[in-house]
Design a protein around this ligand. Sequence first.
Ligand code: SF4
Ligand code: SF4
Length: 340
Amino acid sequence: MEKARLGRTGLMVSRLGFGGIPIQRLNEAEAVTLLHRCLDLGINFLDTATAYTTSEGFIGKAIKGRREGLVLATKSTARDPDRLRKHMERSLQSLGTDVIDVYQLHAVDDMESYNIVTAPGGLLDTLNEAREEGKLRYTGLTSHVLEVALKAARSGMFDTVQFPYNFVAREADAGLLPACLDNDIGFIAMKPMGGGFLEDASLAMKFLLQSPYVHPIVGVYTMEQVEELARIVAGDWGLAPEEEQRMKQIAAETDNKYCRHCYYCQPCPQEILICEVMAFPLYLKRSVPSFYMTGWVADNMEKAGACTECAECEPRCPFNLPIREMMRDNAALYQRLKAG
Ligand code: SF4
Ligand code: SF4
C-alpha cells in the first residue's frame, strides 16, 4: 500500500491508517484476525488510545512478532503527569512494545487545558522526558477545537496534530492544514468517515487521498470494510466531476446535521454535554453497549431528558444545528434502548 510522510517525524505511514475505536465491538480472536488482514494489506499506521478499553490489548496481540515497520500511535486523556506515566506504561505493556511511535495528548479541547499541558512542568514536559528515556519517539496532540489545534500546530511543540477532517467537516482547510504544512507537522485526520456519519466510503476516502499531507485513520470492524477501503486506496483516486458534485450535495444536505464536537454550544444550564448527545446515534454504530448504555455517556443521556429547550445553545452553534430537536430525538432513542 502506498505510504506518505507523516510530517517532520519522517515516518512513512500507509495512506489508509487503522482507527482503533470500533474493534472494541469484537472479541479478541475476531479483532486479531481483522488486524492481521490489515497488516497483510500493507496498513502500517495504527492509532488507538488508553480510553478505547480493549483496543490497545487487541492490537498488541495482533502485532506480536510483526512490530517492525509499524507506526503505533496511542493517546491519553490524563491531565496530570503521574496519571500520564501510568497510562503510558499501560500502553507499552498492552501493545507489547518497548517504544510508542507517536504518543498523543488526547482531546485537549479548550485553551485552558492547552495552556496547562504546555506550561513548564506540564504534560508536554513529561512526554519529552519519556522521549529521552526511549519510551516514545514523537509527541502529538488531538483536539476537536480548531483554536487549540491551530495553536498546537503553530507552536511547533508537537510533531503531529489530530483533528476531525472529512468532506463535510472541512474547518481545517482554512488555517490548520496550512499551519501543519508550514511547520512540517503531521496532520492526522480524525473522523474521516464522520464517525460513521458518512456512508459512502469511496467518496470519503477518495477525498482524503487527494492530499499526501492528510493521514486518515479509519475505524473499521468488519473484513468487508477493510477490503473495500484497501481496494479504494489501490485503485484510481481521481474524483470524477459527478463525484465532486455528489460530495458538494451531501455536504450541503448534511452540514447542519453533523455535529463537529467543537463545544462552542456549551455551557448548558442543565449541564448537558451537548455534543455527546448529538453523537449518540453514531456511538450505536461503532461502540459496544457497555460504552453508550452505562457510565458517563448514559449519565449524560439521562440529563438530555432534562433539556428545558431554553435554546441558549443554538445561536452559539456555528453550524446551525437544530440542537433542541436533536436533543429530543436522541434522548428518546436512548430511553427506547434502555427500555429494551
Ligand atoms: S436548549 Fe437544552 S441543551 Fe440547549 S442550553 Fe437549553 S437546556 Fe441545554
Ligand atoms: S452542536 Fe454545534 S456547537 Fe455544539 S458541538 Fe456540535 S457542532 Fe459544535
